[in-house]
Design a binder for this molecule. Structure first.
Ligand SMILES: [Zn+2]
Length: 182
């Protein structure tokens, strides 16, 4: 980052000082600044609005970005990959839990028509149809409709939903030409 430097230059004598004298002068400076704090604050406030400072800052940021953007991207990618797994795992767990909740709310753990019991292939069906329309118009997606809205409104769920297996749901859809499939 050697190209840009602040326009401030130390007095030429400073470089000839011994280490002890440098430390002493730094201390002296610090004391002076503490004594005249309001003056320094006002000065810095004005200086930071000046064009000199702003152009310096802009160039500095640009150079910094050129030197560090790659590192920054790699760091971000690492962070994202680390957190992505945990996000997905959490989502899967909440999805399973809320699915179980809806089964519990309806009181049906098997297909209503044929008695199929493997939950991996069981689906929730709107008895009178219109599920697709409902989730498209009033909800963001199906999962929110089923696993948030109907879990929070169990009476409504018991009136409008039933559990069907994938086969029975497809057959019902073909017979009635519905678009209600999860
Ligand atoms: Zn069935």
């Amino acid at each position: 980052m050697g190209e840009i430097k602040s326009s401030y230059k130390r007095p030429s004598k400073y470089s000839q000082f011994s280490e002890e004298k440098k430390i002493a002068s730094r201390l002296c400076n610090k004391k002076w600044r503490e004594k005249h704090r309001t003056h320094v604050q006002n000065y810095m406030r004005k200086y930071k609005q000046s064009e000199k400072w702003l152009t310096y800052r802009k160039q500095y940021n640009k150079l910094w970005w050129q030197e560090n953007s790659e590192k920054d991207k790699i760091r971000h990618r690492k962070w994202y990959e680390g957190i992505k797994c945990s996000w997905n795992a959490e989502r899967r767990i909440t999805f399973r839990k809320s699915r179980e909740m809806l089964f519990h709310v309806l009181g049906q753990h098997t297909c209503v028509k044929c008695g199929f019991y493997d939950k991996r292939a069981l689906q929730f069906d709107h008895i009178n149809g219109g599920g697709t329309k409902e989730h498209k118009t009033t909800f963001l997606n199906r999962r929110i409709m089923f696993y948030v809205y109907y879990v929070l409104h169990p009476e409504l769920a018991q009136r409008t939903l039933q559990v069907l297996c994938a086969n029975c749901n497809m057959i019902k859809r073909m017979e009635k030409r519905e678009d209600t499939i999860i």
